[in-house]
Write a protein that binds this ligand. Structure first.
Ligand code: SF4
Ligand code: SF4
Ligand code: SF4
Length: 587
């Protein structure tokens, strides 16, 4: 261990710990813009790029970047001396001298780390005037890049390339013209980007934000000729309260439903209903493939991979197209909901699907892109018209002057609002496969599960594995969250080394609770754990906790679909995948 003194406090750290990490350990906050804690991913991050974390080290002539300087024995560090404060102020003024003053209209305003830091440092003027770099704006189906606002901290690059291993972003050009961009400065929609939105989550400025659909929604809600239906994903209710100052992990399901009614939606439904439907289809597909495989059918491949995360789907379409027959063909819950709403529900209401607007509230930005995939539309009319993030919903509620924290709890509408505990746990890593196991076990064995909680499938480690006993048949289950972890399991499959029967993959750290559209956590991963606890608490509080026992799902099959994997189910609830390797061509 190494002993040093920071601001008169003694601290002992492991070799390789930086001054900034040591200070964090004893509660001394050193400002930062390029550093982010990637300890949870086992990735070392010592960027030293922005220099706002400079500190004074006794015996050293120059100030040291705390995020890139390792602690040494006997070191004495001053993090807030006058010399340090003056240097930091100059560094911030230089950064701001090449930054547009768009704060009043910037989508990140109020959540911007650069703005926050300038405020804390008391910056009131920018003495350095000169040329400002300008770049064209790039709008994709899910993410907007405004590189004029980029401060070249390169967090997005680290997130995309090292954590997600997607490789969509890298620094291009040199000096004043350098910028983080897709290869050859092409647009994001012409790259391997999965739209996971993790770069948006870590960008300290408004350079990366999600595409905003709130104005379109307001217009639809005001249109008397349209019936507007909303579905809300499970992870939203575990995080929305944070935007209103509530403690992380506070469940706000009932308040969210009330707020959506006050906003003017005609029907407030739940994506959890569609999550139950997903389990009916995916669980049956798992059993079908498993049985055929065990009976020696060489054409049936295992493991089966979950398919409810659109960023994960786009990832394997680009990076592992040779494996595109392995994932389940079940659509995501968002898309299952849309297909059922615009057929079954529209028929019940006796209205044309074009007059029914289906909106989703998602913790996700990839879902915005998923809405635009042409296979999820009929005659050009999308099954889900557009998707709003948790952050956008919070902003809408504030805009409508709704006092969210004082709202009473209300229930979802029926028939597409009823869900089980299994549908709720879709919101966290491990939840989809646990929900599938609850149903597949009972369908396979014909026995009632004595305990529906599969603790061995829960947790936050990036890759987890567990064995589940199906009455004598032992199933090997794999779980990965974060695309870098998914890649490791996919490489094993490619090399024929995978021992798993089924694997759950979610693109975002923690699963959807850590989605690219959730309230910003600014590096505090304890918030993800609090959201995860909230999800399991909602599941535990449900009367029905297995998807196949949802009475409205049973009725949907009786009245409309027939049975899981029926022809109608295939048409409405399943999909196919594309080889996107060939899509990226350099002209
Ligand atoms: S959305 Fe995800 S894949 Fe796309 S650039 Fe950002 S981090 Fe990379
Ligand atoms: S886009 Fe954002 S995260 Fe990426 S380098 Fe620029 S400021 Fe940093
Ligand atoms: S893990 Fe969830 S939030 Fe993240 S991209 Fe996938 S579906 Fe969206």
């Amino acid at each position: 261990m190494i002993k040093l003194i920071i601001d008169k406090k003694t601290v002992e750290v492991n070799p390789g710990t930086t001054i900034l990490q040591a200070a964090d350990q004893i509660g001394i906050h050193i400002p930062r813009l390029c550093y982010m804690n990637l300890g949870d991913f086992n990735i070392e991050n010592k960027p030293g790029g922005c220099r706002v974390c400079v500190v004074e080290v006794e015996g050293r002539r120059n100030l040291a970047p705390a995020c890139a300087t390792d602690c040494t024995e006997g070191m004495v560090v001053h993090t807030h001396s006058i010399r340090v404060l003056n240097a930091r102020k100059t560094i911030m003024q230089l950064i701001l001298s090449d930054h547009p003053f768009d704060c009043l209209v910037c989508a990140k305003s109020g959540n911007c780390e650069l703005q926050d830091l300038a405020q804390k440092m008391g910056i009131r003027d920018i003495p350095y005037k000169g040329e400002q770099s300008t770049y064209r704006e790039d709008t994709s189906p899910a993410i907007i890049r405004e590189m004029d606002k980029c401060i070249m901290c390169r967090r997005c690059e680290v997130m995309c390339n090292e954590v997600q291993t997607v490789g969509a972003l890298s620094a291009v050009n040199r000096g004043f013209m350098s910028v983080v961009a897709p290869a050859f400065e092409m647009n994001l929609d012409h790259s391997v980007c999965t739209y996971c939105g993790q770069c948006v989550n870590v960008c300290p400025t408004g350079a990366l934000t999600e595409v905003d659909h709130t104005n379109q929604l307001i217009n639809d809600l005001a249109d008397p000729n349209k019936t507007v239906v909303v579905q809300t994903a499970p992870a939203v209710r575990a995080a929305l309260g944070e935007a209103f100052g509530m403690k992380p992990g506070t469940l706000v399901t009932g308040k969210m439903v009330t707020a959506l009614r006050e906003l003017g939606f005609n029907y407030v439904f739940d994506t959890d209903f569609a999550a139950d439907l997903t389990i009916m289809e995916e669980g049956t597909e798992l059993l079908d493939r498993l049985t055929k495989h065990l009976n020696g059918d060489k054409n049936v491949k295992l493991p089966i991979l979950t398919s409810c995360c659109p960023a994960w789907v786009k990832f394997f379409e680009h990076q592992f197209p040779e494996l595109k027959d392995i994932p389940s063909t079940a659509r995501s819950p968002q898309q299952m909901f849309g297909a059922i709403a615009k057929s079954y529900f529209a028929e019940k209401l006796k209205i044309d699907r074009k007059k029914l607007v289906v909106v989703s509230i998602m913790p996700c930005v990839a879902k915005k892109y998923e809405c635009s995939r042409t296979e999820f539309s009929t005659d050009g009319n999308p099954d889900v018209d557009y998707s709003i993030s948790t952050r956008e919903l919070a902003q809408l509620i504030k805009r409508a002057n709704i006092d969210f924290t004082s709202l009473p709890d209300q229930e979802f509408d029926q028939p597409l609002g009823e869900s089980t505990g299994a549908g709720v746990i879709f919101g966290t890593t491990g939840g989809v496969i646990e929900a599938a196991i609850r149903t597949a076990y009972e369908l396979h064995t014909g026995k009632t599960l004595q305990k529906v909680d599969f603790e061995q499938l829960r947790g936050m480690e990036g890759i987890r594995s567990a064995k589940v006993d199906f009455d004598g048949l032992e199933l090997n289950i794999g779980i990965a969250h974060g695309l870098g972890n998914a890649r490791k399991l996919l490489e094993e499959i490619k090399e024929g080394k995978s021992q798993y029967h089924a694997i759950e993959i979610m693109a975002c750290p923690g699963g959807c609770i850590g989605g690219g559209g959730q309230p910003y956590i600014h590096g505090d991963t304890s918030i993800l754990k609090a959201r995860q606890r909230a999800i399991y608490a909602e599941d535990a509080g449900k009367t029905i906790r297995k998807s196949h026992e949802n009475p409205y799902i049973i009725r949907l099959y009786e009245e409309y679909l027939g049975k899981p994997l029926s022809e109608k189910s295939h048409h409405l609830l399943h999909t196919h995948y594309f080889d996107r390797k060939k899509e990226i061509t350099i002209e």
